[in-house]
Design a protein around this ligand. Sequence first.
Ligand SMILES: C[S@@+](CC[C@H](N)C(=O)[O-])C[C@H]1O[C@@H](n2cnc3c(N)ncnc32)[C@H](O)[C@@H]1O
Length: 306
Amino acid sequence: MGRADAPYHLPVMVDRVVEWLRPLDGSIIVDATFGGGGHSAALLDALPRARVVALDRDPDAAMAAARLGPRIAFHRSDFRHLQAVLTEEGLDDLDGAVFDLGVSSHQLDVGERGFSYRRPGPLDMRMGPDASLTADEVVNTWSEHDLADVIRRYGEERFAARIAAAVVRARPIADTAQLADVVAGAVPARARDHGHPARRTFQGIRIAVNDELAALTDGLDVALRLLRPGGRIVVISYHSLEDRITKRRFAAGATDCVCPPDFPICVCGRSAELRLLTRKVERPSAAEVTANPRARSARLRAAEKV
Ligand SMILES: C[S@@+](CC[C@H](N)C(=O)[O-])C[C@H]1O[C@@H](n2cnc3c(N)ncnc32)[C@H](O)[C@@H]1O
């Protein structure tokens, strides 16, 4: 059901990723979200002495890795398990990391994966076979309250309660096409001005199925712990929930003293572990968004270990 001629994924803000990681030639760079390998390929090209350790939860991502030659090692793994992956590679730490979050175009384009509100497919939405939950369980078995909570919190959908009630009334829901129809019917016509009315609901369910926000929190912690002094990390997020986690984690790492403001002297003795490379979030250029509309919501942050 995917388009046979479609590229696996067009990498987003690839020049910015390369620029932030360029000083790390000759070292080990982790591509935590390999996908179609666009960022890895650009890094291998621009940094001729670097090696890449690539991870992805999705077994389909292995296809692209085979083409990139001997300087890359691919592991089908959740980036939460980065330490175990590095140990398997005989490494104790890393010099650079890129996290390009969310789903790939390939995952959205293949209807059978169940991510798309535009293509019929099973209610699946698992990024990899390691996920213990499927969209079918969330949609057809969760309580109306829990369903509304996921759609509201992870989909940032203001009509979550109406949508959850409509889904529960329509059970059993057979596939993504029926789910998209039920959601569209529950969103008032006056609110249907920004994209497909099921976009936020699908996002919310997908985040719950893959436990994406907890994975990001854990993945950033592991990567920052293993990053060598002078090492750099780049994170590209696609919605405000991911970006908030990244922003707060970087800000916490870049903070020296955490004593209450009314303490006359510092008693915590803490010193910052990070230096922010991007003071403000970076966005893709208008030209990139025109060429690749899926880049539209991208926000990039970069930091350096001190
Ligand atoms: C936006 S795509 C990455 C595209 C890639 N940078 C490229 O240029 O082709 C995001 C990828 O991250 C993977 N992913 C998401 N969460 C993950 C996690 N916790 N661990 C490992 N991979 C993950 C997805 O399976 C997907 O392939």
